[in-house]
Design a protein around this ligand. Sequence first.
Ligand SMILES: [Ca+2]
Length: 504
Amino acid sequence: MNKIFLFLLFASLLTVSCVRKSTTDTKVKKGKYNVLFLFADDQRADALGCAGNPYIKTPNIDKLASTGMQFANTYVMGGHHGAICAPSRAMLMTGKSLFHVYDKMDGKLTMPKYFAQHGYDTFGTGKWHNGANSFEETFQRGENVFIGGMCDHFNVPCRSLKKGVEKLTKPVKKGFSTDLFIDAAKDFISEYGEGGNENPFFCYVAFTAPHDPRSPREDYIGMYKDDETPLPGNFKGLHPFEFDNMNIRDETLAPWPRTPEIIQASIADYYGLVSHVDDRIGDLIDLLKQKGLYDNTIIVYAADNGLAIGSHGLLGKQNMYEHSTRVPFIISGANIPEMSSKDALTYLYDIFPTLCEINELPIPEGVDGESLLNVINGESNAVRNSIYTVYRNTVRAVRKDDWKYIKYPQRNHIQLFNLKSDPLEINNLAELAEYKEKISEMDLLLNEWYEAVDDTATINPDKFLPLEYDHTKLKQTPDVHQPQYVLDRYFKGVDLSKVKKSKH
Ligand SMILES: [Ca+2]
């Protein structure tokens, strides 16, 4: 009996001392952990070394994945307008699906607010795309907070929310985005615990990278050589058909047809922005270790949406291809098995209930997301058997097993891809008679999702718009946030006389 007890004691001590060092057969050790939530902007799921990209350098995020779990099939549900970032963040923060929150968070229960109600100290820095009010309602403190969708990385309007003060300060311009946000988080963590405070913390760091402008800090320019940067396997000069406004902002940042040279240069700069984020995450994790906080902190790395950046002739996230809807999601800490990965179909809005369960908080009412704890513990392979994604009233998609079905209701057009044999979604099988049954099955599933999530689009319109479009009528136009580096590099020969320029 004593021997068994001693073995169990030894085993439990081993478990405690081996946080993030365990290999197999481990389960999440529930408890009140600190949460460090790292959230990138517009990062494709494949723009990480740990996701199998052999070219990009992200050693610190790769290490997070190797000391924890990586989800290979996490999606943003989509958006009801072009700025997918806003509804994506509203879903993440409330745990609700798109049609239950849209991008409106005022008065809603958010993840940090809920954690604060359970004794956590909450802090936010970086991008907040859902209005100042909801930031003020959500966090106890904030530094270098950027309220908005995008900015020049070198001129970020930063605001502060001081402890005990209800309102954010007026914005002051500072730079460079990634450094500002990491430095603010470092200051928060450095000061954490002062005065004997033992509350766990929830620290949210929302980068504006690698969102455009694709203008890395000077020392990251040229880290990736333009002519050596691989093009996406599904690169195209033009998208083969029109399905929505092809002149939406994201799509105006390069000429039509896209050229391999400009796409390679864009990806080189995009990867530079990601590697900068990665380097600074390394600094932040070093600080956690120095402060003795690392073993008691859950670290999440995710992004709000993906990006086309040359895939399928597109640049943005306003489509339902995998590159735009699938996002990175890594979770490390709480004895989550290291070097583990999961294929479960998941949404960003599953993270809220997952963190609740790991931290022993009841999942609040009205949360649509599913806790992934059983998947993390290997007790279940899935929390849902299909995924539904949407963009405005113009695109609907459903994924089940290896199959992906995209419907363009206003164009009377569909696509069917087998993601196992065709992960880049190049070969549309919808025209082939042998897939008629599969299409009926997927269409039925799409309609079930439409009902289940209270979708509001008209997916069976009376008349249809054409698929054909004239790409020569599309414009290449920078916005005010594009600095001179971007104008010089990407807008040669474009009439910029009417474009208001950034001061950088
Ligand atoms: Ca985004």
